[in-house]
Design a protein around this ligand. Structure first.
Ligand code: SF4
Length: 76
């Protein structure tokens, strides 16, 4: 199974807490701007908006994306 690629349109985040509540392995709240970001371990190119996580986390990442009220989490 392929790794799960995920991006967040961070500037549209409303900090509802859903994604990091559902999947804290991959998402967390940025302490400075309060928006969601990818945890450092899974960031690609030190970009808090872009990540790649192990395939076994795909279902949780997808669940987090589905829970986002503004649909700004994209999974591939
Ligand atoms: S679920 Fe969406 S709006 Fe809520 S904190 Fe995560 S990215 Fe932001």
């Amino acid at each position: 199974m392929a790794n799960v690629k995920v991006t967040i349109d961070r500037d549209q985040c409303i900090s509802c807490e859903s994604c990091w509540g559902v999947c804290p392995e991959v998402f967390e709240q940025n302490p400075v701007d309060s928006w969601s970001q990818i945890v450092a371990k899974y960031q690609v190119g030190n970009d808090p908006s872009t990540g790649e996580a192990p395939a076994n986390l795909r279902d949780k990442v997808q669940e987090a994306a589905d829970s986002c009220p503004v649909t700004i989490i994209h999974v591939a």
